[in-house]
Ligand binder design. Structure first.
Ligand code: SF4
Ligand code: FE
Length: 502
């Protein structure tokens, strides 16, 4: 099934059981609340994309599970081309929203569970695989909006889940009954969660046997009893309450939330891990690489928005032909296309994990995310350079609209005569909100794992012994080159010893 954006809006408006807080107050209708509306509209764009001419083809895919077309955001990748289509779709969606559209985390969670439950089935846990396939079909059939909830509160970072003074610093199974499990704890920084219908909850790190109560993965409706969502603040967020149409982020945005689980019941048919600690390391590695690959699409798309806005602003003040301006735009293009190229490489060099499942290339996915942790800051700096000081000092839209000031502001904010002061103010606000926003600056650094996490993966994945053999041969040393590729740690679930090390 491929739902329309309006159908999605209807489904998440006025939910009586949902418990969502924004700035200390409870919100029932996320579609009408000024703080959350831009985020809802951004999520909605992922549904609309499956109907709009320019993205229809990319926005849909054929599901062998249902034998019908589904929204690509709920699709299980079946080829390297499918993975590349993801990156292309994300880039195009960034053009439509200028923001993070929040639906990819749930998508990556489904693909991760698809691989992990296939591994589990091969080791005698076919029942869990069947549960997952049933859930996947339910999601595809109803074209649900999913969140992926992974990051725990984490407490003291150098202690394992079971060693924490706060027993619930990591989400924990508190009771198992024949019908299901009870969980308590919290998941932090969960992208888009208030705008979703369901959450897919995954463990955030590799665990050992002593942490088995924390090895938990499941899916749950967002409005389940005992679930509380606390939406986080963002730079300039109160502007949304002003009801303006230039300053107040009237278009699209994203949000993150703290999701609290207060003794929440999860029925057994939605539980995918309950104590199977030996799959946690593999699961985290598979998920993080999937999400790191996607950044090559969405962040490149935001790069395009910023390049366009910067070029337009340069034109508005008549400096577009200056060589230093051209040079800065060229640098922004290079940075943007580099992120995208890495995402495409991570897709087309994919790893086949089972007959019908494809994972991204883990090295290239980690490279993609590491570029994304660095380049957006450089792109933003160049955009500030090109936008001029006005990007930090321009008057508000309310000044422009004040009859006593309108004429003056119109005259003094205007540059070249082909453009109005309002044209300039709108473009300045776009640069401000996109280039310096949460998705492009903070999320680029910390989303899908902070930069140090990628560097750990580089040294784990790169075969430095092989490189030394290559160098030795070229240098004329006698030793033989052994073409033994490094073992692929994700192929098998990790051993107990490995888990202890982590
Ligand atoms: Fe999707 Fe990018 Fe947002 Fe992650 S940051 S959810 S990949 S748009
Ligand atoms: Fe993210």
């Amino acid at each position: 099934v491929v739902r329309t954006g309006d159908n999605y809006l209807q489904s998440i408006s006025n939910r009586s059981k949902v418990e969502i807080y924004v700035m200390g107050k409870e919100v029932k209708d996320v579609t009408k609340h000024p703080f959350l509306k831009p985020s809802v509209m951004s999520f909605k764009a992922t549904f609309d994309a499956a109907w709009e001419e320019d993205t229809k083809e990319l926005g849909r895919a054929w599901s062998p599970f249902l034998e019908e077309e589904v929204n690509r955001f709920n699709h299980i990748h079946r080829s390297p081309e499918d993975l590349a289509a993801k990156v292309k779709l994300l880039r195009k969606l960034s053009h439509k929203t200028g923001a993070c559209f929040q639906r990819c985390v749930g998508w990556d969670s489904l693909n991760t569970l698809n691989i992990v439950t296939t591994m589990m089935a091969s080791k005698g846990k076919k029942e869990i695989r069947d549960r997952f396939v049933e859930y996947l079909k339910y999601v595809q059939k109803n074209d649900l909006a999913l969140a992926g909830a992974m990051t725990d509160a984490k407490g003291v970072r150098n202690l394992k889940p079971s060693q924490q003074p706060n027993k619930n610093a990591y989400l924990r199974i508190t009771e198992v009954t024949k019908d299901g499990i009870y969980v308590s704890g919290a998941k932090a920084n969960i992208t888009g969660v208030a705008a979703t219908e369901e959450m897919v909850v995954l463990p955030t790190r590799a665990m050992g046997p002593e942490d088995k109560d924390y090895a938990v993965a499941f899916a749950l409706p967002t409005d389940s009893e005992g679930v509380k969502i606390v939406v986080g603040r963002q730079l300039n967020d109160a502007r949304r309450m002003e009801e303006g149409e230039i300053d107040g982020l009237p278009y699209f945005y994203n949000h993150e939330g703290l999701v609290i689980f207060d003794n929440v019941f999860v029925p057994m048919n939605r539980v995918f891990l309950a104590g199977e600690w030996e799959y946690t390391g593999t699961l985290v590695e598979i998920f993080s690489a999937y999400h790191r690959q996607g950044y090559g699409g969405c962040k490149a798309g935001l790069g395009d928005v910023i390049i366009g806005a910067s070029a337009d602003l340069a034109k508005q003040i008549g400096v577009d032909r200056a060589s230093h301006v051209q040079d800065k735009l060229t640098e922004m293009i290079f940075l943007t296309e580099t992120m995208y190229s890495a995402g495409i490489a991570a897709s087309l060099n994919a790893v086949k994990m089972c007959d019908t499942c494809w994972w991204v290339n883990p090295m290239h996915a980690n490279v993609t995310k590491h570029l994304v942790a660095r380049f957006p800051a450089q792109i933003a700096q160049l955009s500030i350079d090109l936008a001029g000081g006005a990007v930090g000092t321009a008057p508000s839209e309310w000044d422009l609209k004040n009859p006593k000031l309108k004429e003056y502001i119109s005259r003094y904010l205007q540059g070249a005569e082909d453009f109005t002061a309002e044209d300039r103010l709108r473009m300045i606000r776009l640069v401000e909100n996109v280039a310096m926003g949460v998705a492009f600056q903070i999320e680029s650094v910390h989303g899908a794992g902070s930069p140090a996490a990628q560097r750990i993966m580089f040294s784990r994945l790169y075969d430095i012994n092989f490189a030394q053999e290559v160098a030795k041969k070229l240098a004329g040393r006698k030793s033989e080159v052994k073409f033994t590729p490094k073992a692929e740690p994700w192929r098998d679930s990790q051993s107990e010893a490995e888990a202890k090390e982590l």
